[in-house]
Design a protein around this ligand. Structure first.
Ligand code: C2E
Ligand code: CA
Ligand code: CA
Length: 539
């Protein structure tokens, strides 16, 4: 246990330490938890007293503050950071942006930004490699000054991070007034962590930051649970003991060499047609619709072929029907649930939706597993729409519908029927099957695809007359055909102009009877009339 110095002693020896290399900087990496890459680091002041040993900021910074020494100490730290970045550039060591702390006493100084700039220029460090951390509390009482300093820093190109966000009472209000570029949210201020009030604050801040287009870094992250939770609410930038304590310059260089790094990505901007503010506001109508929408819905990001689910509503979980909790769903890897064929269908549809900017849909099978239900194969109809993009990162909204039962029923149709449908598909004709007793019509795949028909059409032929596939002037004739079939007419055919385009088609029906001669089904087909056939057969 090092001995404690009294205030006078501390001041004297600190002044001396600044002239000798007893003040140094430790670096604490900031990571992207989703990719494992480093996004930057924070510079933290350290003082090794020759006699009293290591001193920590919590002990000496308040004394420096009180005695007006902090600005000089901070400038000394800034110079050490610039010297370090210079070394990285000169020695080809991978370089990441390093943030330095700027206290409210620094801000109150005359021309503090000018002094910083002088140092930066002395070492010729591109401004993008230096970030400024300003605490939330520095705005209290001197908001105008802070706004002014922020403007100066922004003009020079510095990225400004709001430190210790969540420690004050007026946090959310401050964000409206101070245009910071990054928010640092301290987990220690929200000790209840996951769930409860702390959780609610964390997730609303993360949501709000998206609304403000400001990335969030969670700091003070000590456990995997905390990191997982932050990721689940859409924040994967993390700083804390879980990844690394503040480390010395040499240790940090080793880490820089070993770890990949990446820039902080701005959150996604929503496309014009959506009101981003409303979208993320927990009380907005949009959120209400999202949560209470009749069907399952999810929001996910898509980048470099990877999908990350960000938000799901309750119905989404019900639709998957696997008794999974939200966290399991958010953490699940969609691609691992799909085989290659389904993966391909899904990604093709995503690309189509990016191109068209319209809703695109596809049916895909996935194997989902949950603790309660085990493993199960389900078929999901996905309706996908892109709602935002930032560079190569896309934000998607998807509505999901579990159509496993429907698909299974469809798959259960007899082998002969399947062959029949298959043949139809290959013979380039539209085919369907009509069941006399139930008035149900089952279309071939091509009918479903080209005409938008469902797998089973009830009360046939009324729906296709209603939607104009069979035009009004042929409606009575077509209805009469179905009566004739029910009475046992074995064969019917005619040329009928189909769809609104009135394209002439050769329509044929062949009736199938049971052993007693009672009509069971009719097999129908429609082939487009090619030139010449028209006159030949119309008479
Ligand atoms: P800060 O700016 O919020 O810095 C983060 C502090 O949290 C650091 O303490 C860091 O070591 C600690 N920390 C990081 N991860 C964890 C974690 O997972 N769990 C826990 N329990 N702590 C973690 P440190 O270095 O003792 O600094 C304390 C404070 O002193 C800083 O808080 C900052 O307000 C101030 N400070 C440090 N260096 C400077 C500086 O150069 N200039 C100024 N003005 N203030 C500084
Ligand atoms: Ca800080
Ligand atoms: Ca902090």
């Amino acid at each position: 246990m090092p001995k404690r110095m009294n205030e006078q002693e501390l001041l004297l020896s600190f002044k001396q330490a600044m002239t000798e290399p007893h003040i140094f900087v430790c670096y604490q990496p900031k990571m992207n938890y989703a990719t494992g890459r480093m996004i930057g680091a924070e510079a933290l002041m350290r003082w090794k007293h020759p006699e009293y040993g290591m001193q920590y900021p919590s002990d000496f910074i308040p004394v420096l503050e009180k005695n007006g020494l902090l600005p000089d100490a901070d400038l000394a730290v800034f110079e050490l950071v610039c010297r370090f970045q210079r070394r990285c550039l000169d020695e080809n060591i991978p370089i990441v942006p390093i943030s330095f702390n700027m206290s409210r006493y620094d801000i109150l100084q005359h021309n503090y930004v000018g002094k910083i700039e002088q140092i930066r220029q002395k070492y010729q460090i591109p401004v993008r490699f230096l970030h400024v951390e300003i605490t939330e509390s520095s705005a209290i009482g001197g908001a105008e000054l802070v706004v002014d300093v922020l403007k100066q820093l922004h003009c020079l190109g510095y990225v400004v991070e709001m430190d210790d966000f969540g420690s004050g009472y007026s946090s959310l209000n401050i964000l409206k007034d101070l245009e910071v570029d990054v928010i640092k949210l301290d987990m220690r201020f929200l000790s209840s962590g996951k769930g409860g009030r702390g959780g609610a604050i964390l997730s609303s801040v993360v949501q709000m930051s998206k609304w403000l287009d400001t990335p969030v870094i969670a700091e003070g992250v000590e456990t995997i649970e905390q990191a997982d939770y932050m990721k689940s609410i859409g924040c994967s930038y993390i700083q804390g003991y879980l990844f690394s304590k503040p480390i010395t310059e040499e240790e940090f260089i080793e880490k820089l060499k070993r770890t990949d790094h990446e820039p902080v990505q701005p959150p996604i901007t929503l496309i014009e047609s959506m009101d981003a503010g409303k979208f993320w506001n927990p009380n907005s109508l949009e959120t209400l619709i999202f949560n209470h929408y009749v069907g399952g819905a999810a929001i996910f990001s898509y980048q470099d072929g990877e999908i990350q689910v960000l938000r799901v509503n309750e119905k989404y979980m019900k639709e998957l029907g696997m008794n999974m909790c939200e966290k399991d769903i958010l953490n699940a890897n969609l691609w691992e649930q799909m085989d290659d064929a389904n993966h391909k269908i899904y990604e093709t549809t995503l690309r189509k939706a990016i191109q068209s900017r319209e809703e695109e849909s596809c049916d895909t099978w996935r194997t989902v597993s949950s603790k309660i239900c085990g493993e199960q194969k389900i078929c999901i109809r996905n309706s996908l729409r892109m709602i935002g993009r930032a560079g190569e990162q896309y934000l998607f909204y998807t509505l999901v519908q579990n159509i496993t039962a429907e698909k299974k029923r469809f798959e259960d149709v007899s082998e002969s029927e399947r062959k029949f449908r298959f043949a139809a598909e290959h013979a380039n004709i539209y085919a369907w099957e009509y069941t006399v007793a139930t008035k149900q019509m089952r279309p071939c795949y091509r009918c479903m695809r080209d005409l938008g028909l469902p797998p089973v059409v009830e009360n046939y032929p009324e729906p296709v007359i209603e939607n104009g596939i069979f035009p009004e002037d042929y409606a009575d004739m077509y209805r009469d055909w179905h009566r004739q079939i029910a009475e046992g007419v074995p064969h019917l055919e005619a040329i009928i102009p189909l769809t609104v385009g009135r394209v002439p088609f050769h329509v044929r029906y062949t009736t199938e009877f049971d052993e007693n001669g009672k009509p069971l089904k009719a097999y129908a087909s429609a082939t487009m009339v090619v030139d010449g056939e028209d006159e030949e057969k119309q008479d």
